[in-house]
Design a binder for this molecule. Structure first.
Ligand SMILES: Nc1ncnc2c1ncn2[C@@H]1O[C@H](COP(=O)(O)OP(=O)(O)OP(=O)(O)O)[C@@H](O)[C@H]1O
Ligand SMILES: [Mg+2]
Length: 245
């Protein structure tokens, strides 16, 4: 099966400092790939490259088999419609209701009539078990509800690939479990490919099909949980023993 995402020898800089230094990895269709690594190692940067927010110093990225560098805007826009993103600090707009927040991508990227848009929004809110929150404003939601609303917004366009950057950060274990359960549902019921940045070992054990660990700007390991645990790589063993990313 052709990979959904192929990153090849990716170098990335902020100013003159290299953050990614030759990252090569692939994400297959319908898998849940988790990306782990210490704080500041470049996980968010990598995601932003894959969704085309940053231009690399060098290297190649293919999304759905299409070369992203040099792609014209129309093709790039069409490609991005098939991608959903839940950013690390991605906030909902407090001045809009949950329903309006979730509707935003549809209003921006489609010309569907409002009645249909809000029908789709209700379906997505149902999927993340937030039916009752349609008319609430973000400050009226609990932390876990806010994350689920952000998840609903990320999937409202029915993306083939969903990127989630630390979706459980700041949530207690029960609420993290809920988010994991929803991600598994999206993966299994809707065949969504998921790229998940996380440092939560429990979460990884629950839902990861494969793991990629970044270290010093490179991929230290990419493979299944079983392969990770017997990789013989010290940093990997430390991570799985103590949860030290
Ligand atoms: N916009 C930016 N301008 C300059 N430097 C940046 C910028 N964004 C990130 N960096 C730097 O690049 C490095 C990688 O950052 P990145 O956010 O990708 O790390 P991360 O692995 O996602 O970390 P965390 O686990 O804390 O979220 C860090 O040293 C960070 O300070
Ligand atoms: Mg980050």
């Amino acid at each position: 099966m052709k990979p959904m995402i192929e990153v090849e020898d990716l170098y990335s800089t902020y100013g003159d400092r290299f953050v990614l230094q030759g990252v090569t990895m692939q994400v297959c269709a319908h898998e849940i790939m988790t990306i782990v690594g210490g704080s500041g190692c470049g996980k968010t940067t990598l995601l932003k490259h894959i969704i085309g927010l940053y231009t690399p110093h060098s290297g190649r990225i293919r999304l759905f088999g299409r070369e992203m560098l040099g792609m014209d805007e129309a093709e790039f826009g069409a490609l991005l419609k098939q991608v959903g993103v839940m950013f690390q600090y991605g906030a909902l707009l407090n001045s809009l209701t949950v329903g309006e927040n979730v509707a935003l991508p549809l209003q921006m990227h489609t010309d569907l009539p409002d009645a249909l848009i809000f029908k789709i929004v209700r379906l997505k809110l149902h999927l993340v078990e937030l039916d009752h929150a349609f008319d609430l404003y973000p400050p009226e939601l609990s932390g876990g509800m806010r994350k689920r609303a952000a998840l609903a917004r990320a999937i409202v366009m029915d993306p083939k690939i969903l990127f989630c950057d630390e979706p459980c950060a700041g949530l207690d274990p029960m609420l993290s479990l809920e988010i994991d359960r929803l991600l598994m549902k999206l993966n299994q019921a809707l065949n969504m490919t998921i790229v998940l940045v996380t440092h939560e070992l429990e979460s990884i054990r629950r839902i990861a099909h494969r793991i990629t660990m970044l270290d010093a700007g490179k991929v230290l390991f990419s493979g299944t949980l079983e392969e990770a645990e017997r990789s013989g790589i010290r940093r990997m063993e430390e991570f799985f023993l103590k949860g030290e990313g």
